[in-house]
Ligand binder design. Structure first.
Ligand code: ASP
Length: 410
């Protein structure tokens, strides 16, 4: 997308978010009448994800060259993601220990939401199992992206080993990828309206401004803890971007369309097409755009990780249960795992939180405490998730460049 168009579109998207907030605040439930517009935008984005991810990952992995390089780049990407997710959990734990949002809170037993009840037995092994699917079509139908990505990586690696015939297939997926990115650019022009409707309708569903404010203040300190933790991590990622990837504010500005879309949709998977297009316009190495971003959108969720740690500690405090340093270490590990296991869809973090709660023996009913404001915090954590992916792509892209130059000079 031309630079001027991108800036104008960004202004319209910001206006869309603000107008959505104001309309939802003032007119409350009446704004649910525009929900269809948001759903249309979201559904159109989702329509692009499966073909885009498959084509991007296949052509991205193939462009890495030989299979050994895939191992190195893949390893570096996963290590980087693990470190930044761990950092996010750490920040969450520090904030919740400092602010103590749940201390002295008067709780009556909450209720366990249905979607949590269905997954009550979820454990760490389930995260491992989610890497594969017995039926790729079923996975695609449910937009269950991780098995599709794993398959695309393996498939592409195999293609690179079968010579000319493999090269034809790779060229086909290169073409599909290019065409999908064109569709993304076209769809982007509808983002302002779509995001306006998503924000207005959701705030309307919450009952409008005053009802929402009452719910927000009931757990005000929890909201402050999460939002300040997310803001801090956002800055930390900015520092990594500056010092490791050598990029500055222009990179953030270039990513803003994706970040606001993440805010509007509360889904990092649905935002992925925009994240890729913005990163590409931001001159991120094309190999990183096609490989690092799709992987990141499903496994790298810094905001979710931070939220899970902070929320579980909040629940413990609200129930008057003291968690020792050892138990907080368990929260650290399981929150990282739970974030990796969370799908990039709205409020997925709430469900994988079961893993963390079970690990330290806290009541699942505690999740009831978070329900009223979860949709709101979800939007901020999803934006941080997408920012984490974007910074990751810039960092890994830079590492690839260094590596290329080192090879050329040796
Ligand atoms: N909505 C988040 C995402 O799509 C996941 C979550 O934290 O619930 O990235």
């Amino acid at each position: 997308m031309p630079h001027r168009h991108a800036l104008i579109l960004l202004l319209f998207i910001v206006a869309g978010v603000l107008a959505g907030g104001v309309a939802g605040w003032i007119w409350g439930p009446a704004m649910q009448s525009v929900a269809w517009m948001g759903d249309l935008f979201l559904t159109a984005l989702k329509m692009l994800i499966v073909p885009l991810i498959i084509a991007a990952v296949i052509s991205g992995v193939a462009s890495l060259g030989d299979v050994r390089k895939l191992g190195r780049v893949g390893g570096a990407t996963l290590l980087y993601y693990l470190c930044t997710t761990g950092l996010a959990v750490f920040i969450g734990l520090v904030m919740v220990n400092l602010i103590q949002p749940g201390a002295g809170l008067n709780i009556s037993d909450g209720e366990i939401p249905q979607k949590v009840l269905e997954k009550e037995q979820t454990g760490a092994v389930d995260i491992l199992m989610s890497l594969v699917s017995p039926n790729l079509m079923a996975a695609a139908a449910e937009t269950d992206l991780l098995p599709l990505i794993v398959f695309a990586i393996l498939f592409s690696a195999a293609l690179t080993t079968v010579g000319e015939r493999g090269a034809h297939v790779i060229a086909f997926f290169d073409g599909v990828n290019e065409a999908m990115m064109k569709l993304v650019v076209w769809l982007m022009y509808f983002a302002p309206l779509g995001i306006f409707a998503l924000v207005a309708a959701r705030l309307g569903k919450a009952g409008g401004g005053e009802a929402f404010l009452a719910e927000l203040t009931a757990v005000g300190l929890h909201v402050i803890t999460v939002l300040s933790g997310l803001a801090l991590h956002f800055l930390v990622l900015g520092l990594i971007l500056f010092f490791v990837a050598g990029r500055g504010l222009d990179y953030l500005v270039g990513m803003l369309r994706a970040l606001f879309t993440a805010f509007g949709t509360a889904s990092s998977s649905a935002t992925l097409p925009l994240t890729m297009e913005c990163a590409r316009e931001n001159r991120v190495d094309e190999r990183a755009v096609r490989f690092v971003l799709p992987l990141g959108s499903t496994v790298n969720m810094d905001g979710t990780a931070l939220y899970e740690a902070a929320a579980v500690m909040f629940i413990a405090q609200a129930y008057g249960i003291e968690l020792s340093v050892g138990q907080q270490a368990i929260v650290f590990v399981t929150a990282t795992l739970a974030a990796i296991g969370a799908a990039g869809i709205p409020e997925a973090g709430l469900v994988t939180m079961i893993i963390v709660l079970n690990a330290v023996g806290l009541p699942l009913e505690g999740i009831g405490l978070l329900l009223a404001v979860d949709w709101f915090l979800d939007r901020f954590r999803t934006s941080v998730n997408v920012w984490g992916d974007a910074v990751g792509a810039a960092v890994i892209g830079r590492l690839m460049h260094w590596n290329d130059r080192r090879r050329q000079s040796s």
